[in-house]
Design a protein around this ligand. Structure first.
Ligand SMILES: Cc1cc2nc3c(=O)[nH]c(=O)nc-3n(C[C@H](O)[C@H](O)[C@H](O)COP(=O)(O)OP(=O)(O)OC[C@H]3O[C@@H](n4cnc5c(N)ncnc54)[C@H](O)[C@@H]3O)c2cc1C
Length: 473
């Protein structure tokens, strides 16, 4: 007998997972179909990790409204999930007083309160390393940094704990409306749902084609970054933006919640490939030097994320072609900041009651042994010896930390999945030393062969065949 759900969500990025958790905690039955092997593998893993204050979006747009509303929801959201959130504030700097004043006015129009225009002396108090050409800037106090992937993972886990089903490595193959319900065929299962939300990010149009709903003109823009070693964390305690241009918010320099520095992103029209390019990284180098002198020899990684953009604004609407389908297209920046407010807005489009129960189940917050005090560390190792074995030497991540990630409501079978949860492999050697021990822990815990441990998605096997002790030895 096939399962009947209230809502099918397609795409498990921050938006899909936030909605899944809110629906499950409001008493609705939810299924999430995600094509990748884990949640948070699209734009939600590769962005600047900023909860924007909301001065940048054009007034009277969904972006402006949902950014501001989402920003206000973040402290309680992260407290509920036990996800770290830091109010660093942000400055937008340059030497064009007119442009700074215009941004201030835009922020005021969007309803921001904690905004200030500062001269060079005021800016230097917030960021002593600013380039000598900078004379003026806008200071937005209500800006935060967060781990976008850990937040998404925790939202998915919270959704599961409250009854949601996640189908990973899956896609909707077929969808038929039968009376008021949709009959849905996924890879290995069929089920029904009353409503469908397409939150597939860069995959929106592909999903819309299967659903028969509206397709939009979506432009992809690649954002490339450098990640600097944590030795550079003193570079800036606050997010530093250049003045925005038509191409977007520009190349910024920001601390991350985990103690690195992020420099980027570019904004080039692209396909959906997340490759980095010489051209892009040179652009990051040149543009960031206008803000702060960054030592890019301290870079430990480069990465890229893909923005999926519909013209002008987020496109969030009820499908006019297929009743019961909600279209979420063009959820580019500030989509991370807006995610909790987007979720609430989708409830209103669905005509469902947004009423997350205060007695909904709570996830156990992630923690790392290294963040505990000496007494706590000693007593944890006495209770559980796996916390005494360091696996990732750069980040001081123990076997106990990794097993904690493997024993959560959402199963993990990839090295990158472990990395996003507990940072094993996020340090200077980028997993050069710990990849194999992490794979062995995953294999043993999940009772699978080492050959079946993946780096990320299906097909990304790390081990082809043994070089010793194998049949050719
Ligand atoms: C470079 C860059 C920097 C950014 N910086 C910020 C920032 O600092 N602050 C901010 O607020 N916002 C920022 N954003 C925007 C933010 O990252 C996005 O708005 C947000 O992550 C979008 O979340 P999502 O859930 O809509 O999409 P995604 O995270 O892309 O999730 C979509 C999911 O759908 C899945 N999917 C795709 N096709 C299918 C299919 N056919 N079937 C099933 N599943 C499918 C994908 O695998 C993916 O997991 C940035 C974006 C980029 C690219």
């Amino acid at each position: 007998m096939s399962q009947n759900y209230d809502v099918l969500i397609i795409g498990a990025g921050v938006v899909g997972c936030c909605l899944a958790s809110d629906l499950a905690r409001s008493g609705y039955s939810v299924v999430v179909v995600e094509k990748a092997n884990d949640v948070a593998t699209g734009a939600s893993k590769a962005n600047s990790g900023l909860v924007h204050a909301g001065y940048d979006p054009k007034p009277n747009t969904l972006k402006a409204r949902l950014n501001l509303e989402g920003n206000k929801m973040y402290p309680s959201l992260c407290q509920r999930l036990g996800v770290k959130l830091k109010k660093t504030g942000a400055i937008v700097v340059g030497n064009d007083k007119g442009a700074v004043d215009a941004l201030y006015e835009r922020g005021k129009q969007n309803g921001l309160k904690n905004l200030e225009v500062l001269g060079r002396d005021g800016l230097l108090k917030l960021c002593p390393n600013l380039n000598s050409d900078i004379t003026i800037g806008l200071y937005a106090k209500d800006a935060y940094i967060v781990s976008p992937y850990l937040l998404t993972i925790c939202l998915a886990e919270e959704a599961i704990l409250n009854g949601a089903t996640f189908l990973l490595n899956d896609k909707v193959k077929n969808c038929k409306k039968q009376g008021k319900n949709f009959e849905i065929t996924a890879k290995n299962t069929t089920f029904t749902a009353k409503y469908i939300v397409n939150s597939a990010g860069a995959g929106y149009n592909e999903v819309a084609k299967v659903l028969g709903s509206e397709r939009y003109k979506i432009e992809f823009r690649r954002g490339e970054y450098y990640v600097l070693d944590s030795t550079e964390s003193g570079l800036t305690p606050i997010t530093v933006f250049p003045l925005p241009s038509a191409a977007g918010k520009g190349v910024l320099v920001t601390p991350t919640i985990d103690g690195n520095i992020l420099v980027g992103p570019t904004s080039y029209q692209s396909d959906v490939s997340t490759k980095t390019t010489k051209e892009g990284l040179d652009d990051v180098k040149q543009k960031s030097s206008a803000l702060i002198e960054v030592n890019l020899r301290k870079a430990i990684r480069q990465f890229a994320g893909i923005r999926a953009i519909t013209e002008g604004d987020f496109t969030i609407e009820k499908s006019r072609k297929v009743e019961g389908v909600i279209n979420l297209a063009g959820i580019c920046s500030p989509g991370l900041s807006s995610a909790p407010a987007i979720s609430k807005y989708v409830f209103s489009l669905l005509g469902l009651e947004y009423n997350p129960s205060i007695s909904a189940k709570k996830i156990k917050p992630y923690f790392l042994l290294k963040d505990l005090n000496d007494d706590q560390i000693n007593s944890l190792i006495v209770k559980n010896k796996s916390y005494g074995r360091i696996i990732c030497k750069c980040e001081n991540i123990t076997e106990g930390d990794i097993l904690f990630a493997l024993n959560r409501p959402l199963r993990v079978n990839s090295i990158d999945g472990v990395k996003r949860r507990v940072r094993a492999g996020m340090g200077r050697c980028q997993g050069g030393f710990c990849k194999l021990p992490v794979a062995e822990i995953i294999a043993k815990h999940n009772k699978i062969s080492l050959d079946d441990v993946l780096k990320e998605n299906e097909g990304s096997k790390l081990f082809v065949s043994p070089i010793r002790g194998g049949k050719n030895d």
